[in-house]
Design a protein. Structure first.
Length: 604
């Protein structure tokens, strides 16, 4: 690998320019709001086509797009010396970036633009880079009007049958949202309906393979598809949002644990994580017109399916719209992010706590991230000579800034790989530079990534917001950042990077030909998911992060009989909890084809 002439600096600053890598690792950023998968494809045959994935949405350039606040850029993985800027990113190509349908209402404070389309350009799949087509899925040639994916499988029902016939209906209903749309019967239908199991995904299970504990079919969706955001696992239930409903299934059997909650319009945002007492908040649209807003929010108890408080989010000042919102939880505080401000609520009571608005000369909070810390990212001085981004840690109870870090002019905070410790992924407005930097607890610079490699955590495609926490596959503990490399063929690696120096500590290779993705820390072990291929199930592995040996020890081996389903999700949420692996789609294909799968649970 050739090292570019620009070296990352030591010490202060945000780094010398890094040359742009051309090709994405886990597939391009996709717009779940617009992409619509095509009809199911047949199993792949030998082909000379590049890649191995199902059709994906149009590729996007890997660097910030014109217009709006300084744009998020590649949305993904670092690699100062590699040929890869990050997950879901694409080669810059010969075509200039084109503005999308969401024109910025004011210079510097609009919405991200649509990425350009590359007629005829191959697009890597979600599961990795170019692969043997027998190991992956059919390749894609993207036309100017085609953006899509597919999910293999026909009618889908749960493996488990039976279940509670008459669970208690929700007594705390609101006129806008009903939780008694259909009473759950046998596990299996997208609305809790039962039926015979037409697919035994464990039928040809081999020695050493674990089981599909249960699976659920998706609800009906419009022909253009629909979002299925979020997935929350409690001690009792696996809960999933899909289109206009929220479903709950028993973690062991897949039987419905409470009646599906139905909303009058589609769900447009959810809190990625639940509270300590298993509460979440979802947002749904005000209507179906082009001017409809994502401005109705509803609290839900994941254990009971009861609805708590609800609220309607008003627009803020000029250009501060609730057209799209982000939701995040830190402790007892829910933060609702509008275009240029944030509203904080007590997540237990719905009481409004504070509002984060414009501050300083011209700093507009445009994105927030939560977890053990609450962070705010602002666009400052847009259009002026001092245009820059700022990141702040906020007190979740009061909204006061504990520290503020000004990002050098020209650099944009595109993603947060971690909120605690703070790990920033930045891009440069000249579209040829990017950087990964870690901050100390006071906001000062701790280190910058200085590793020879090409990395590819998997990130979504932010259209109306920055979606700071929209990446899977970037995991950090107090001292180390773990990132997956991008492998064009064969197994990839997970690299452990010191947060104090930015340098590599060690790396471990995937135990299969498919890519391995870090999921979370479990004490001193890193839990990772190994992608499925077309004919081989995925794996869950544990990697010791201390000591002298860092090998991937297998925790689960998913059955090959379910590999086509597992590898066929358009995009998916992944969770490993209490020895079970949960996979769910985050995008419904819609249309009149056979039912698609919403969620699967694997275990022993």
């Amino acid at each position: 690998m050739t090292q570019p002439p620009d070296q990352p600096p030591q010490g202060g600053g945000f780094g010398a320019p890094w040359n742009p890598p051309p090709q994405g690792g886990f597939g391009p950023p996709h717009d779940p709001r617009q992409a619509t998968p095509p009809p199911p494809a047949q199993p792949p045959a030998a082909s000379s086509q590049p890649g191995y994935g199902y059709p994906q949405p149009p590729p996007s350039g890997p660097y910030p797009q014109p217009g709006a606040y300084p744009q998020p850029g590649p949305y993904g993985g670092p690699g100062p010396y590699g040929t890869q800027p990050g997950p879901y990113t694409q080669q810059p190509g010969p075509y200039a970036q084109q503005p999308g349908p969401y024109a910025a209402p004011h210079p510097g404070y609009g919405y991200p633009q649509q990425p350009p389309q590359f007629p005829g350009a191959p697009v890597p799949p979600p599961g990795g880079g170019s692969r043997n087509p027998f190991k992956g899925r059919p390749a894609l040639v993207v036309g100017a009007a085609v953006a899509a994916l597919l999910l293999i499988g026909g009618t889908v029902y749960a493996v488990s049958s039976g279940g509670d016939k008459n669970p208690t209906a929700d007594k705390n209903q609101s006129p806008a949202a009903s939780s008694t749309a259909s009473a759950p019967a046998d596990a299996g239908g997208g609305t809790g309906g039962g039926g015979a199991d037409p697919e035994n995904l464990d039928q040809d299970r081999k020695p050493g393979e674990d089981r599909v504990l249960w699976y659920q079919q998706a609800p009906d969706a419009p022909g253009h598809g629909a979002d299925a955001p979020g997935m929350w696992i409690t001690g009792r239930s696996a809960v999933k949002a899909a289109y206009k409903q929220v479903f709950a299934y028993d973690v062991a059997s897949g039987r419905p644990t409470w009646n599906p909650i139905s909303f009058p319009q589609k769900i447009c945002a959810v809190t990625p994580r639940q509270t300590a007492d298993d509460k979440v908040v979802v947002a749904y649209m005000s209507g179906v017109s082009d001017s409809a807003k994502c401005n109705h929010i509803q609290e839900i108890d994941l254990d009971t399916g009861k609805k708590g408080w609800s609220a309607q989010i008003a627009d803020g000042a000029l250009f501060d719209s609730a057209l799209a919102v982000d939701l995040t939880i830190t402790g007892r505080t829910l933060l609702v992010a509008r275009a240029q401000s944030g509203l904080a609520y007590d997540v237990a009571t719905g009481k409004k706590l504070w509002e984060k608005q414009r501050y300083g000369a011209a700093c507009f909070p445009t994105a927030f991230a939560g977890g053990t810390k609450l962070l705010s990212v602002a666009s400052c001085g847009a259009g002026g000579s001092d245009a820059h981004d700022e990141v702040q840690e906020l007190d979740p109870s009061t909204g006061r800034a504990r520290w503020t870090k000004q990002i050098p002019k020209g650099w944009t905070i595109a993603r947060l790989y971690s909120v605690d410790p703070v790990v920033l992924y930045l891009t440069n407005e000249d579209k040829t530079r990017w950087n990964v930097s870690t901050l100390k607890s006071d906001g000062s610079l701790r280190s910058q990534l200085d590793v020879n490699g090409s990395f590819a955590p998997r990130c979504g495609w932010a259209i109306l917001n920055r979606d700071l926490q929209g990446c899977t596959g970037a995991v950090a503990d107090a001292s180390t950042l773990y990132l997956p490399t991008d492998a064009k063929s064969g197994p990839n690696e997970i690299v452990a990077i010191s947060l104090d120096t930015g340098k590599e500590k060690w790396r471990v290779k995937s135990p299969a030909d498919e890519s391995m993705l870090p999921l979370k820390m479990d004490g001193t072990h890193l839990i990772a998911y190994v992608e499925a291929s077309y004919d081989t199930g995925g794996q869950v592995v544990s990697i010791a992060t201390t000591g002298g040996s860092h090998t991937a020890a297998k925790l689960l081996q998913n059955p090959a009989g379910a590999a086509q389903v597992e590898s066929g999700f358009f995009s998916k949420a992944i969770a490993y909890v209490d020895g079970r692996l949960y996979l769910s789609t985050t995008r419904l294909t819609g249309g009149t084809r056979s039912k698609e799968k919403l969620m699967l649970a694997y275990g022993r």
